[in-house]
Design a protein around this ligand. Structure first.
Ligand SMILES: Nc1nc2c(ncn2[C@@H]2O[C@H](COP(=O)(O)OP(=O)(O)OP(=O)(O)O)[C@@H](O)[C@H]2O)c(=O)[nH]1
Length: 293
């Protein structure tokens, strides 16, 4: 039996969350077209006959603008230290940039194997894929180079096979049926946040946070969940509530369906919107919302 921890790093939007979802086969991290949507290290757990891989999903590494930004960079860089293997995920359609350079500088010090995982190959020709790989391998020596499409699930089995080849012999760290060690309420809040970003499009920036205030399970038959969406400004609150509350209703309905799928039972979702000015720059607020600083 083999087991170990794999850290996934890469620029925002390259498809790190999509890759985890494809491997785990259940929606546990949030996927969005906006960069920097992943804020916390979510662990996806993949168990099969060969063993267990625990994935650490990392937020995009970028230059911090807020305290939250600094926190995100800290989480990303810290996660490289304590793992057995690293995937450096790139987007084949994006040229080598300063963000990649920044990540490579940190990966060069890694003492564990680093795979270059070239994603979105469904969008490129063989020639383009080759060119992309050449640029990156000129900068650093990778243990393996594996082109994949996380979205279309192509070559992901090869990636897993190669991963097991490099993982040490070890026990199952988590029970077989576990997909993540994140508290359910955190996943619920991420699902709600995903719907807000999806439905409000570019009108509401990333300055929102979601907190699950109450989670009651009534004899395993129905769940009651009360959650608050925090915005930084009154205007954003207005957008999220929408005319006659329609936007909030749509957000709630979409989120409820996903939560019901995940929990496998009916859910009553009680959604609120509150303004918390400049929450991103306030450490106490960040702590209250579950960020480990
Ligand atoms: N065509 C194509 N699109 C993909 C693929 N993988 C991911 N995407 C899309 O790329 C976008 C970003 O994917 P995410 O998985 O959210 O990216 P991420 O790296 O986790 O992003 P951050 O959380 O911002 O760091 C989404 O619109 C995905 O649907 C792929 O293999 N092919």
């Amino acid at each position: 039996m083999k087991s170990g921890f794999v850290s996934i790093v890469g620029r925002p939007n390259v498809g790190k969350s999509t890759l985890i979802n494809t491997i785990i086969g259940k929606k546990i991290t949030i996927v969005s077209e906006k960069p920097q949507t992943t804020r916390t290290c979510i662990q996806g757990i993949y168990t099969c006959a060969e063993g267990q891989i625990i994935f650490v999903d990392t937020p995009g590494i970028h230059k911090p603008k807020h305290l939250l930004g600094e926190y995100m960079v800290k989480v990303s860089t810290r996660s490289i230290e304590d793992v057995d293997l690293v995937y450096f995920v790139t987007d084949v359609t994006k040229p080598f940039g300063s963000g990649d350079q920044f990540i490579i500088e940190q990966l060069k010090n890694a003492v564990v194997p680093v795979f270059l995982v070239v994603n979105k190959i469904d969008l490129a020709t063989d020639e383009q894929i080759e060119e992309h790989i050449e640029k990156f391998t000129r900068e650093m020596l990778f243990t393996r180079v594996i082109p994949i499409s996380a979205y279309q699930n192509s070559n992901v089995d090869k990636l897993l096979e190669e991963t097991f080849a490099f993982l040490p012999e070890g026990p199952l760290y988590y029970p077989e049926e576990d997909l993540t060690d994140q508290p359910i309420s955190f996943i619920v809040s991420e699902l709600i946040r995903e719907k807000v970003l999806l439905l409000t499009r570019d009108e509401v920036p990333h300055s929102i946070a979601v907190e699950v205030e109450e989670f009651k399970n009534e004899q395993g038959r129905k769940s009651y969940i009360r959650a608050v969406i925090y915005t930084e400004r009154d205007s954003q609150k207005g957008i999220i509530i929408g005319r006659n509350g329609q936007m909030l209703k749509n957000i709630g309905e979409m989120a409820r369906k996903d939560i019901e799928l995940m929990l496998g039972m009916p859910v009553y979702l009680d959604l609120w919107v509150k303004v918390k000015k400049n929450w991103r720059d306030n450490e106490a607020n960040l702590r209250q919302l579950g960020f480990r600083l």
